[in-house]
Ligand binder design. Structure first.
Ligand SMILES: [Mn+2]
Length: 398
């Protein structure tokens, strides 16, 4: 059977809202043409509480797919929840969709509507072409609880099937900035293929002698090194265990590093613009160009005003984003520089979690074994206040 693996659509992502929709649409439609089933390891949505018009976008995408004729179908479901369609489109929630345990996340909504089969903590069986595929999902779990939940749930393969383990987590070998992240070797054993989301660039690695495939996001989000590659999805063939990466027409991303010390006698702004101009190849393609500046600029030169005008000058030809954390000689900017560096490496939400953890630690608050990340999720829940307080107290004191 041919399995399409697509991830991290981030529907509703403010900065590139249209790209998110258009690129997800192209990926899904082409995947449906080329495969017998589709699996999505998380972050269909950019937000845990997407606006109704973003939910409408998702419904449009998946309804079109549901109406196609599929060669295979879902024949069984084991675990939490239920399945409301036989169409073989299977998903889990990701970090962006994660909500407090009892609350419905937007993937639940797609599942309840029968547009996808939600396997947050379940196995779905797909049969077709004389083959049987079992997809075991474990989604919507904070990084700091993944190890504990894998141990508790002990995900196992299904006898007589080709087995896939699908999750959405940081892995230490791929994101080596937190010692606590799960190691590849700790992933459950016995599966024939491992599929992860979360990481926005494409990854092909090995787990227990089998493939680990991460297709990366279908839309640009982080604007960092590694995202220059064209976006797309995997097609994995269970008969041959071979796979291919299918590229979609994603917006081009260029990252340029400029050392202003090398500008010589050239005006710094001209020096920057020459480099940007060199990357603009045609008028049809409007790339995202991220310019990372380094070096020293002259104090007498009115750099601030001039540089702020650069993105406007390229409107319609390129989406220019300037990172000036590396610049010295700008007294106003220096105070912001350290924050900018932090923000470049993590989402605002992760930054907020970091502050919350620090405060909890400093105050010596005992969280009685409940994960501070989950506590923050619960407190941030949009359920009525008395319900939130009751929920938190239940967790804390049983
Ligand atoms: Mn994501």
């Amino acid at each position: 059977m041919k399995i399409a693996i697509l991830s991290d659509f981030h529907l509703g992502y403010e900065r590139f809202r249209e790209d998110a929709y258009r690129q997800a649409e192209e990926a899904l439609n082409r995947a449906a043409e080329m495969s017998d089933m589709i699996i999505i390891p998380g972050d269909i949505f950019d937000s845990r509480v997407p606006k109704p018009d973003v939910i409408a976008e998702a419904i449009n995408l998946f309804r079109n797919l549901s109406n196609r004729k599929w060669n295979s179908q879902i024949t069984n479901f084991v675990g939490e929840g239920n399945f409301y369609t036989r169409v073989p489109i299977i998903a889990i929630p990701g970090t962006h969709e994660r909500r407090a345990q009892e609350a419905a996340d937007p993937v639940d909504i797609l599942g309840l509507a029968g547009l996808v089969v939600d396997i947050s903590n379940a196995t779905a069986i797909v049969e077709g072409n004389g083959e049987k595929i079992a997809v075991r999902g474990l989604g919507g779990i904070a990084d700091d609880r993944f190890r504990e939940i894998v141990t508790r749930e002990d995900p196992r393969p299904t006898d007589g099937a080709f087995n896939i383990f699908m999750f959405h987590e940081s892995l230490y070998e791929l994101l080596p900035f937190n010692q606590e992240f799960m190691r590849i070797v700790e992933l459950p054993k016995g599966f024939d293929l491992y599929v992860n989301g979360h990481i926005h660039n494409r990854v092909e690695a090995n787990v227990h002698g089998k493939m680990l495939l991460i297709p990366g996001s279908t839309v640009l989000t982080q604007l960092k090194a590694g995202e220059q590659e064209q976006k797309g999805f995997f097609i994995f063939d269970t008969k041959t265990s071979k796979y291919e990466f299918v590229k979609i027409s994603s917006r081009r991303f260029v990252l340029i590093k400029i050392d202003l010390n090398k500008a010589g006698s050239t005006n710094s702004v001209d020096f920057i613009q020459d480099r940007i101009d060199a990357e603009i190849k045609s008028t049809k393609d409007v790339p995202v160009i991220r310019v990372v500046l380094d070096g020293k600029i002259s104090k007498t030169y009115n750099f601030d005003i001039e540089i702020n005008d650069i993105p406007r000058r390229y409107r319609g030809r390129a989406i220019v984003e300037l990172s000036r954390a590396g610049i010295s000689g700008e007294s106003v900017r220096e105070a912001m520089a350290s924050d900018t560096i932090v923000f470049e490496r993590m989402s605002v939400r992760d930054y907020g979690i970091g502050i919350f953890l620090e405060k909890i630690k400093a105050a010596g608050v005992n969280t009685w074994g409940i994960s501070p990340v989950e506590l923050l999720d619960m407190l941030g829940s949009d359920a009525p206040k008395d319900k939130v307080v009751r929920m938190v107290l239940d967790e804390l004191v049983g």
